[in-house]
Design a protein around this ligand. Structure first.
Ligand code: NAP
Ligand code: ZN
Ligand code: ZN
Length: 347
């Protein structure tokens, strides 16, 4: 075992502070990664504070991990020492079930080993995330990153990027489709960039009027305030797709009404509370309400390659680890453009 410096919490009421964790010695299929940057996803905040239930402590959050390979096991063929790599929201899965065979390991029917607040496949050994100096991951769950892209700006692609790319692709966003992105945060800003790159006409629906200029710079053609009642009458029946990235409670029905016939609203935001849905809102125009969880390894690699080709990266504010708690508070206030990324050399 190897003692590694990290930042994390010991309970749901703790603030994020330094702690030590143990990483395993690399097995034949393992890749040892020196973590350079790790994004702060709103899911980190939900889980640190146990807002979804089921959190385990001590917790080292972080699942938008990028760095360089420092060592490889004997059987590792896919990676070389010195290569830039990434790790996303999970580090292993059963590899045998229908979901795993379909390259959708995030929906593993047996046990997905999430990157943190979870366990390895033995269902005993805790996993610790990317707010740390080093991580050891099986080669089949490590992603290749183009050396041409700036690593700090790539980190958020490992969660915010794939979480928005996967449903836009899966549910068939096409050139010319009218796509609304609700909530312009970490996920939302990647949703705008990716939907635009897929040829969609993008509208941002936001509670923050001061984000309009940025929304247009990121690729949105239109911007509307959701605090203005008129937005909901003016845009009724307008969109082919709505990508809902909102992290807090809101009225889903109000947004469903903005879908045209056969339109699809994709939930990716995970507010802690449930929300009622009126059957009428769906039935009237044969609308669909769907959800989507991150993406599989194969699709994540496809997304990273797509972003490298199109030169798409995240807009980030790099912070030292000592400012993580401040960054959490600013994220909760919507004061972030558009992802905080930890410089892990400060851990
Ligand atoms: P974020 O950066 O905090 O962005 C969320 C945005 O939602 C905010 O910037 C804000 O945008 C909007 N918002 C916040 N509170 C709101 C409210 N009360 N009413 C309306 N809008 C509100 O968070 P994130 O990292 O993008 O994550 C968003 C959500 O997705 C979180 O719940 C997270 O856990 C979840 N998530 C899901 C997956 C998945 O696989 N499905 C993956 C990653 C994250 P405006 O200022 O523009 O209104
Ligand atoms: Zn995330
Ligand atoms: Zn499986």
């Amino acid at each position: 075992m190897n003692s590694v410096s990290a930042f994390g919490v010991r309970s749901a009421t703790d603030s994020v502070s330094p702690l030590k964790i143990e990483r395993r010695n690399p097995g034949p299929n393992d890749v040892v990664i020196q973590v350079e940057y790790c994004g702060i996803c709103h899911s980190d905040i939900h889980q640190v504070r146990n807002e979804w239930g089921g959190s385990t402590y001590p917790m080292v959050p972080g699942h938008e991990i990028v760095g360089h390979v420092t060592a490889i096991g004997k059987k590792v063929k896919k990676f070389k020492v010195g290569q830039p790599v990434g790790v996303g929201c999970f580090v292993d899965s059963c590899r045998k079930c229908a979901a795993c065979k379909d390259h959708e390991e995030q929906y593993c029917e047996v046990h997905t080993s999430y990157t943190y607040s979870s366990t390895e496949q033995d269902k005993k050994t805790p996993t610790y995330g990317g707010y740390s100096r080093q991580i050891v991951v099986d080669q089949n769950y490590v992603l290749k990153i183009s050396p041409k892209l700036p690593l700090d700006k790539v980190a958020p692609l490992l969660c915010a990027g794939i979480t928005t790319y996967s449903p836009l692709k899966k549910f068939g966003v096409k050139k010319g489709n009218k796509v609304a992105v609700v909530g312009l945060g970490g996920l939302g800003h990647m949703g705008v960039k990716l939907a635009k790159a897929m040829g969609a006409e993008v509208t941002v629906l936001s509670t923050s009027m001061n984000k309009e200029k940025d929304a247009r710079r990121l690729g949105a053609k239109y911007f509307y305030s959701t605090k203005d009642e008129k937005t909901f009458s003016e845009l009724a029946g307008h969109f082919h797709f709505i990508l809902d990235t909102v992290s807090a409670s809101h009225d889903v029905n109000a947004y469903l009404n903005l879908l045209r016939r056969n339109g699809t609203m994709i939930l990716v935001g995970v507010p802690p509370e449930a929300t009622p849905v009126h059957a009428h809102t769906l039935i009237g125009k044969r609308r669909r309400l769907v959800g989507s969880l991150i993406g599989g390894i194969k699709e994540t690699q496809e997304m990273l390659d797509f972003c490298a080709k199109k030169k798409i990266v995240s807009d980030v504010e790099v912070i030292p680890a000592q400012k993580i708690n401040e960054a959490y508070e600013r994220t909760l206030k919507g004061d972030v453009k558009f992802r905080f990324v930890i410089d892990c050399s400060t851990i």
